[in-house]
Design a protein around this ligand. Structure first.
Ligand code: ZN
Ligand code: ZN
Length: 53
């Protein structure tokens, strides 16, 4: 499962970006110290995006 707390200060992370294809969160950020999690790329969704005009 994705981390939902900040590795630096321990606060809950907020969703900063969602997958435009499936709507799930792909990037979390800490509103307290501006630390961002690694982007969680959806391989299947990216493929769908790549074939769109
Ligand atoms: Zn933090
Ligand atoms: Zn997705």
């Amino acid at each position: 499962m994705a981390e939902t707390w900040c590795r630096v200060c321990g606060r809950d992370l907020k969703v900063m970006a969602v997958c435009v294809s499936c709507g799930k969160a792909i990037l979390f950020g800490c509103p307290n110290c501006s630390t961002f999690s690694d982007t969680q790329v959806h391989v299947g969704c990216l493929y769908q995006l790549s074939v769109q005009e």
